[in-house]
Design a protein around this ligand. Structure first.
Ligand SMILES: Cc1cc2nc3c(=O)[nH]c(=O)nc-3n(C[C@H](O)[C@H](O)[C@H](O)COP(=O)(O)OP(=O)(O)OC[C@H]3O[C@@H](n4cnc5c(N)ncnc54)[C@H](O)[C@@H]3O)c2cc1C
Length: 288
C-alpha cells in the first residue's frame, strides 16, 4: 500500500488520477482506518490531504462559512461564531463519537463515508450546504445531497476530492436543529435522525422550512412535502402532526435488530417534530 501526503490540490488530484487500483482519501481516519483494520477495504493508495494549504481553514464569506475538509469536530465546536451561526450543524458534529474521535473526525469524512446514519449529513442538508470539489477538470460545486448515492458509495469521479463545505447565509429569524435516536446515549450510530431548518417572519410565522431524515433510506432524505406543511403556521400541533405524518410516509428504512420499519418510521415523525420545534424556538429568540 502506498501512502502520499501531497502539498497542493493539483498534486493530490494527479496522484489520485494516476492510481490504477483503489485510492482513498485520508482525513481524520476514524472511518477508513477502522474499515482497513477490519479487512473491509484494502486500498492500494492512501492520500492524506491534511498538508494541503487551506484545508483546515474556516473562512467567513458571503454571509456564510466555508469549512475546510480537514476541520475537525473539535475545531468546529470550539468556535463560538460557528456554534451560534449554525447550532444544528454544531450539535450534529458534536454527537460524533467521543472526545478522542472529535479531535480527528471531519464533516467531509462523515459525508464521503456515505453512511445513511451519518450525523452531520441531515443537518448539512437541512441548511442547504454545498460542497466544493477539486478534480482533474478543475473546481466544481454541488449540493451535499448529490455526494452520497448509496451506503458506502459517492458520486465523486476518479481524481476528485472534496475541498470544503459551504454553510450559506441565513435570513433573519432563521435557525436549525438536529436530533437522533441511538440505543446508547454515546458512541453509537443513529437508528433514526432528523434535522430541521426554519425561517420566521417578525410575528413568528414560518416562511420557509426544510426537514431531512437520516437512517431511514439508503441515503439521507429531504422531505419537501413535510416542510411545506409548516409554512404559514406558528408550528401549531396540527401542522406538526401533519408534518410528522408526511415524514413517516417518506421513510423506506431497513428492518433489523436495531429497529423495525414501523418503529423507525414512527420515530422519524417524532424527531422531525422535535427538531422543527427546537429550530423554531431558536429562530424565535432572534425576534425582539
Ligand atoms: C468510535 C467511533 C465512534 C463513531 N461515532 C460516530 C457517530 O456517533 N456518528 C457518526 O456519524 N459517525 C461516527 N463514527 C464514524 C466517523 O467518526 C465519522 O463518519 C467521521 O466524521 C469520519 O470523518 P473522518 O475525517 O475521520 O473520515 P475518514 O475516515 O478520514 O474518511 C471517511 C471516508 O471519507 C473519504 N474522505 C474523507 N475525506 C474526503 C475528502 N476530502 N474528499 C473525498 N473523500 C473523502 C475517505 O476516503 C473515506 O472513504 C464513529 C467512528 C468511531 C471509530
Amino acid at each position: 500500500m502506498k501512502y502520499s501526503k501531497p502539498r497542493t490540490e493539483k498534486e493530490a488530484t494527479d496522484i489520485l488520477l494516476a492510481e490504477k487500483g483503489m485510492a482513498k482519501i485520508l482525513a481524520g481516519g476514524t472511518d477508513i482506518l477502522v474499515q482497513m483494520k477490519a479487512g473491509h477495504i484494502e486500498p492500494d493508495l492512501i492520500v492524506d490531504i491534511k498538508n494541503i494549504p487551506g484545508i483546515k481553514d474556516v473562512i467567513s464569506r458571503d454571509g456564510g462559512y466555508e469549512i475546510g475538509a480537514a476541520v475537525s469536530g473539535y475545531d468546529f465546536n470550539i468556535n463560538p461564531e460557528l456554534k451560534s451561526f449554525a447550532p444544528g450543524i454544531a450539535e450534529a458534529f458534536d454527537l460524533i463519537g467521543s472526545t478522542q474521535i472529535q479531535g480527528r473526525c471531519t464533516m467531509v469524512g462523515n459525508l464521503c463515508n456515505a453512511s445513511p446514519a451519518a450525523d452531520t449529513v441531515p443537518a448539512l442538508l437541512a441548511s442547504n450546504c454545498t460542497a466544493k470539489i477539486v478534480g482533474p477538470k478543475g473546481i466544481r460545486e454541488c449540493g451535499i445531497e448529490k455526494i452520497p448515492i448509496g451506503p458506502g458509495k459517492t458520486s465523486l469521479d476518479k481524481g476528485e476530492f472534496v475541498k470544503s463545505i459551504f454553510i450559506p447565509s441565513r435570513p433573519d429569524f432563521s435557525s436549525d436543529a438536529y436530533m437522533r435516536l441511538t440505543p446508547r446515549s454515546e458512541m453509537d450510530i443513529a437508528i433514526v435522525s432528523a434535522a430541521a431548518f426554519v425561517t420566521l417572519d417578525s410575528h413568528g410565522v414560518c416562511t420557509n422550512a426544510t426537514i431531512s431524515l437520516g437512517a431511514v433510506a439508503p441515503t439521507v432524505v429531504r422531505v419537501k412535502e413535510a416542510a411545506l406543511l409548516l409554512i404559514g403556521t406558528k408550528l401549531n400541533d396540527s401542522a406538526l402532526s401533519r408534518m410528522a405524518n408526511e415524514c413517516k410516509k417518506a421513510c423506506k428504512p431497513i428492518n433489523d435488530k436495531r429497529g423495525t420499519i414501523e418503529f423507525r418510521s414512527h420515530v422519524a415523525g417524532v424527531l422531525a417534530k422535535r427538531t422543527a420545534l427546537l429550530a423554531y424556538e431558536r429562530a424565535g429568540e432572534k425576534i425582539e
